[in-house]
Design a protein around this ligand. Structure first.
Ligand SMILES: [Mg+2]
Length: 231
C-alpha cells in the first residue's frame, strides 16, 4: 500500500532543539544575574532543573508540563526570591527568543521535505508542546511551505505516546494508520506510540532501536528510502 502521510516529530527530529534549549538557559542566566548577583550559575541551573522535574510530575500528560513560565516561577519560589511577575515573564521571553534564534534544521531536512511533497505524500507534524511555540519554530526554520498540518499535545489534550495525538493527525490527513509513517527521535513517544496504532514507525537514532521500530535511520534524508520500501 502506498503511504499517504509522513508524520514528523519536531524537537531533535527536524532541528537541534535540545542544543537551542541549552543555549537559551545560558542566556536566561545572563539576564537573571543582572538582578540577582549573588546567585551562581550552578544554583540557577540546578533549581531550574528541579523546578522542571516538579512541573513535569505535577502536570504529566498535558501540554502545560512544558510551560517555561511555570518552570521559572517554581525555580524562583524554590530559591525563596520575592514574587516578580514582570521578571518571570521577561525571562520566559528571553528563553524563547534565544531558542528561536539558536534553532536550525538538521542537514538534508529541507531537501527531503521538498521531494516528499513533490511525490504527493502529506507531511504532518505531531509534537508535545503548546501550539504557538511550535508554530514560531517552524516559521524560524522556514519549512512552513512543506507542512500540511500540525498537531500539538495542546490541541489533542494528551501527550505522545497517547493515541489521541496520532488519531487527530490521521483524521486531519484523512488516512488510515497503515497508510502513515511516523518518524521521531523518541522510542517511547514517537516509535511506540505510532506502532501501537499500526503505523509504520521509524526511529531517528545513532543507536539500536531494540527491535521496537520498523526502521532505524541515522540521518533525516534516509526517510526517502524508507518511504520507497514501506510504500
Ligand atoms: Mg523529539
Amino acid at each position: 500500500m502506498r503511504k499517504k502521510l509522513l508524520m514528523l516529530d519536531i524537537d531533535d527530529t527536524i532541528c537541534n532543539a535540545t542544543q537551542a534549549y541549552e543555549k537559551a538557559l545560558e542566556e536566561c542566566y545572563e539576564f537573571f544575574r543582572k538582578m540577582h548577583l549573588d546567585v551562581s550559575k550552578k544554583d540557577f541551573v540546578e533549581n531550574y532543573m528541579e523546578a522542571r522535574k516538579e512541573i513535569h510530575l505535577e502536570l504529566s500528560g498535558t501540554a502545560s508540563m512544558h510551560d517555561r513560565f511555570l518552570y521559572f516561577q517554581r525555580m524562583s519560589e524554590r530559591m525563596k526570591l520575592p514574587f516578580e511577575p514582570g521578571t518571570l515573564s521577561d525571562i520566559t521571553e528571553v528563553y524563547w527568543k534565544s531558542t528561536y534564534s539558536n534553532l536550525s534544521l538538521f542537514p538534508g531536512v529541507m531537501e527531503a521535505m521538498k521531494k516528499i511533497k513533490k511525490s504527493g505524500i502529506l507531511i504532518g507534524l505531531a509534537t508535545n508542546l503548546v501550539a504557538d511555540v511550535q508554530i514560531k519554530k517552524l516559521e524560524r526554520l522556514g519549512v512552513e511551505d512543506y507542512i500540511d498540518f500540525v498537531v500539538t499535545s495542546q490541541e489533542a489534550g494528551k501527550e505522545k505516546p497517547h493515541p489521541a495525538v496520532f488519531l487527530l493527525a490521521l483524521k486531519k490527513a484523512g488516512c488510515l494508520p497503515e497508510e502513515a509513517v511516523m518518524l521521531g527521535d523518541s522510542l517511547e513517544q514517537d516509535v511506540e506510540g505510532a506502532k501501537h496504532l499500526g503505523m509504520t514507525a521509524v526511529h531517528l537514532s545513532d543507536k539500536s532501536s531494540k527491535g521496537k521500530a520498523d526502521f532505524t535511520i541515522k540521518k533525516f534524508d534516509e526517510i526517502l528510502g524508507v518511504l520507497e520500501k514501506a510504500g
